[in-house]
Design a protein around this ligand. Structure first.
Ligand SMILES: [Zn+2]
Length: 107
């Protein structure tokens, strides 16, 4: 398998995976030695899902849509996630990108 980002040949490895800040363990993945992108195998993804379900973390994440307000983009935080992270209006958070397709909001 080649890395879809930089076309480097990927290596098999075990990578840690955390969900909602909880480390679920290490899972089989293809790892790009050049850009460090990690792609979990299908089997590993199933294992990750099962583990997350077991820990009661399943169902916390959900799909959302980017909106537009003034000159900023807005993302609605679903109530379930907000209460899981104890987020509330006015609370200061730190927003930063992680990789090229992940937005992290830390409280
Ligand atoms: Zn790569």
């Amino acid at each position: 398998m080649e890395c879809p980002i930089c076309n480097e040949k990927m290596k098999k490895g075990k990578e840690p995976y955390s969900f909602a800040s909880v480390l679920l363990g290490e899972f089989e993945a293809d790892v790009c030695p050049k850009c460090k992108e990690v792609f979990f195998t299908e089997e590993a993804s199933d294992k990750i899902d099962q583990k997350a379900k077991k820990l009661g973390l399943w169902g916390v994440g959900q799909k959302g849509k980017i909106g537009y307000s003034g000159n900023s983009l807005i993302v609605r935080v679903p109530k379930k996630i907000a209460s899981f992270l104890k987020l509330e209006e006015g609370k200061e958070v730190y927003i930063h990108p992680e990789g090229k397709n992940k937005l992290v909001i830390e409280s």
